[in-house]
Design a binder for this molecule. Structure first.
Ligand SMILES: Cc1cc2nc3c(=O)[nH]c(=O)nc-3n(C[C@H](O)[C@H](O)[C@H](O)COP(=O)(O)OP(=O)(O)OC[C@H]3O[C@@H](n4cnc5c(N)ncnc54)[C@H](O)[C@@H]3O)c2cc1C
Length: 272
């Protein structure tokens, strides 16, 4: 049954300091675009009752460059990333991913911070961030720390983020090489991925898959095979040993494995 909105205790923050103090002192759950949380509310599976709306914290909305890093504020929406000349220039595979998230409404409200924090293995931005060696910036009222996205998740939908922390940004170092992104779902829009992949073609290729494991994953054995000059047939064999997709309501393990290996071939031929 749908969770009654009247059962929820909601406050909002207008600055980052205010938000971090509320997380520390009042133990609230942050809400950004609410596109994931609202689904849980609708299904009646929302566990939390005390929320902190951070949508008005404009400090978290910027997309900028700091040194050679591309910095995406946690509240950057898919629409803002699609429209950002910086993201278009430096991380076109993220633009590609953002274009395929939900529909226009979800792209207008859904945020990169929410996608990371939600931690679904099917989250479309996550393989891009993993292939780009992105770093998640976490901040509490007392400290800030940086965690590589490849070390951020500990198991299915679990991460190193503490309840008193917010994701404030994600930092992306320069990406050298051709970028590539594909999502395979039931249809072109408003579909959750059955398989999602991002790749960077360089002397040391970087390849990351979503929906083939409990968390987004890089495939280091496959990457190493390709870097050492193995042919694509050999790399496909390595990938088939390296990933172990599961059956679930969206797809079967067999289908996912077949599609993942086909996508690896396409990545390799299309970026040659
Ligand atoms: C119809 C529909 C279609 C969708 N299609 C896709 C799709 O194609 N691909 C895809 O990947 N996702 C999809 N989603 C899921 C969702 O839109 C994305 O995951 C989105 O990025 C979530 O961002 P949000 O700001 O709305 O998160 P919210 O719903 O506000 O929050 C999600 C979670 O993240 C936490 N959180 C949010 N921001 C922060 C922060 N800065 N720091 C710490 N914790 C935070 C919240 O506490 C909550 O646990 C879809 C959702 C819907 C409803």
């Amino acid at each position: 049954m749908r969770t009654a909105v009247s059962e929820l205790d909601m406050t909002s923050a207008s600055s980052l300091d205010e938000a971090l103090r509320a997380l520390r002192d009042e133990k609230r759950t942050p809400i950004a675009g609410a596109t994931d949380l609202y689904v849980a509310l609708n299904f009646g599976t929302l566990e939390q009752r005390k929320f902190l709306d951070i949508w008005a914290v404009d400090e978290l909305r910027n997309i900028s460059e700091r040194g050679d890093m591309l910095v995406l504020g946690a509240l950057a929406t898919y629409t803002s990333m699609i429209r950002s000349p910086l993201v278009v220039k430096r991380l076109p595979m993220l633009v590609e991913a953002a274009r395929q998230v939900g529909g226009a409404q979800i792209q207008n409200r859904g945020t990169i911070g929410g996608n990371i924090a939600n931690g679904s293995p099917a989250g479309d931005s996550l393989p891009v961030l993993a292939a780009a060696d992105a770093v998640v910036v976490l901040r509490s009222a007392d400290a800030e720390r940086r965690v590589p996205i490849t070390e951020y998740y500990t198991s299915y939908r679990a991460s190193v983020m503490r309840p008193d922390e917010l994701i404030v940004a994600v930092e992306i170092p320069p990406v050298e090489g051709k970028q590539w992104f594909r999502k395979v779902g039931t249809r072109a829009a408003q579909a959750i991925s059955k398989i999602v992949v991002a790749g960077v073609r360089s002397a040391e290729p970087r390849i990351s898959f979503g929906s083939v494991a409990p968390t987004v994953m890089r495939v280091p054995l496959t990457e190493r095979a390709l870097a050492s000059g193995a042919g694509i047939d050999e790399a496909v064999r390595v990938l088939a040993q390296e990933i172990a997709p599961i059956d679930d309501i969206r797809s079967t393990a067999e289908y996912r494995l077949r599609v993942a290996t086909n996508l690896l071939r396409r990545f390799w031929t299309e970026t040659a």
